[in-house]
Design a protein around this ligand. Structure first.
Ligand code: PMP
Length: 426
């Protein structure tokens, strides 16, 4: 006898059913095609609250932007207050001057800035500027480094070969890219010896966070800096993740190497959609003369520049970096302890502000060695972590915010322990 009766959908299932009718895959960014199916009702501090009543300690931070936690009151208030007097003017306004000054002050080495909405756009502006300034076309870039989703930068790997990552992506747009393993100075030297006169830019994440939080080997960034200068190529640091997260001066400051251009996003604006390109006046002024085009209806909107101004003011006046490092360090140690207690080859590596959790014990210095870890095993664990109220993705990169404190540490460690025991028993 079938006595199950009609199945009631959870709110998430019902929302997902509706979403799938109007939205391909039910999501508006392909990055979210995998991951938890629970819809989010709201978020506060380091916590996410699902529509079906579950709570999550958040270590994804919206893929990075919520560096000050979710809905930081002083930033939300500043943005709402500023927007009451208009959002986008098609003209200049004082807040964008203030925001520009603050970013350049925080970054330290850069003279000028142009805002955009997304990291993807800021990277495009950097590449165009580098090509204009050098009169060259080729780019040197690195395996596993992400610089946005457009045709000329999106990279995928098939049968060990790097190339397009999406149907519809023009293969010809990657023709100017020289793709090298990262952290290998010799390969940069060789590529520049051979192609130096054609190379407009060398672009990299100064610390490879996207794929798995890998630090530059001692001397590597300095070596690339010297080589780029010697060959007249523009060195671009893509600091979209590292910027303002590792410190006010990002990866450049942490490793003591100054690029010619740098892109920022995510942590720059307390969760609001803002990105920026910064650089020295001689390069950046090419936008100012009109020689190089960089445009965008929403660039430096009141929302964006109020968010940047409030975020940077807060970071400068009340730097959260020590607190974040303390939480991250304790969390990394706590996760390792759980792995050891359970006899698992759990690997927790990287930086307290952003670290990588996986299985295996390979020495990881680049994307190739990262592949030697058992990434699939962590992905399987990550689903159980989410079920147990820890908001992470299967990629294994965890971000720590200024809102993570002792309460969150206790919650995440006990949830992690419980999740691991459930997962081991599966
Ligand atoms: N560069 C890096 C290093 C990134 O991590 C990202 C996004 N994860 C981007 C560029 C693209 O930024 P956005 O998603 O804002 O376009």
């Amino acid at each position: 006898m079938d006595n199950a009766g009609p199945q009631l959908l959870t709110q998430s299932e019902e929302l997902r059913r509706r979403a799938l009718v109007r939205t391909p895959g039910g999501v508006h960014s392909n990055v979210r095609l995998s991951g938890s199916q629970e819809f989010i009702k709201c978020a506060q501090g380091a916590w996410l609250y699902g529509v079906d009543g579950r709570d999550y300690v958040d270590y994804l931070l919206g893929q990075g932007p919520n560096f000050l936690g979710h809905a930081p009151k002083h930033i939300i208030d500043a943005v709402f207050e500023a927007c009451r007097d208009g959002v986008v003017f098609g003209g200049q306004h004082e807040l964008e001057v203030r925001a520009s000054e603050l970013v350049c002050q925080a970054v330290g080495w850069a003279d000028m800035i142009r805002f955009s909405m997304t990291g993807t756009e800021a990277v495009q502006a950097a590449l165009r500027l580098a090509r204009a300034a050098t009169g060259r076309t080729k780019l040197i870039r690195f395996e596993g480094h992400y610089h946005g989703w457009l045709d000329n930068v999106l990279l995928g790997q098939r049968d060990g070969q790097w190339g397009i990552a999406s149907a519809g992506q023009l293969e010809s747009h990657l023709a100017d890219s020289i793709i090298l393993p990262w952290n290998d100075l010799r390969s940069v030297e060789e590529a520049l010896d051979r192609h130096g006169h054609e190379v407009a830019a060398v672009i990299m994440e100064p610390v490879m966070i996207n794929a798995g939080v890998i630090e530059p080997l001692p001397g590597y960034l300095q070596g690339v800096r010297e080589l780029a200068t010697r060959h007249g190529a523009v060195l671009i640091f893509d600091e979209v993740i590292a910027g303002f997260r590792l410190g006010l001066d990002g990866g450049a400051g942490r490793y003591g190497v100054t690029p010619d251009l740098a892109t920022y996003g995510k942590a720059i604006a307390g969760g609001f959609p803002v990105a920026a390109l910064v650089g020295n006046a001689d390069l950046m002024n090419r936008f100012g003369t009109g020689e190089v085009n960089h445009s965008g209806t929403f660039n430096s909107s009141v929302m964006a520049t109020a968010a940047v101004t409030a975020t940077l003011t807060s970071l400068l006046e009340n730097p959260p970096y020590e607190r974040i490092a303390a939480h991250g360090t304790a969390l990394m140690a706590g996760l390792r302890d759980i792995g050891t207690e359970r006899g698992l080859p759990l690997r927790v590596s990287g930086l307290p502000q952003a670290f990588h959790v996986s299985f295996g014990d390979a020495e990881v210095t680049d994307y190739r060695t990262l592949q030697q870890l058992d990434l699939a095993r962590y992905e399987s664990l990550s689903r159980v972590l989410v079920d147990n109220g820890i908001w992470v993705t299967g990629r294994g990169v965890w971000y720590v915010s200024a809102a993570h404190g002792q309460r969150e540490l206790e919650a995440v460690l006990s949830r992690f322990d419980k999740a691991v025991s459930e997962w081991v028993a599966q």
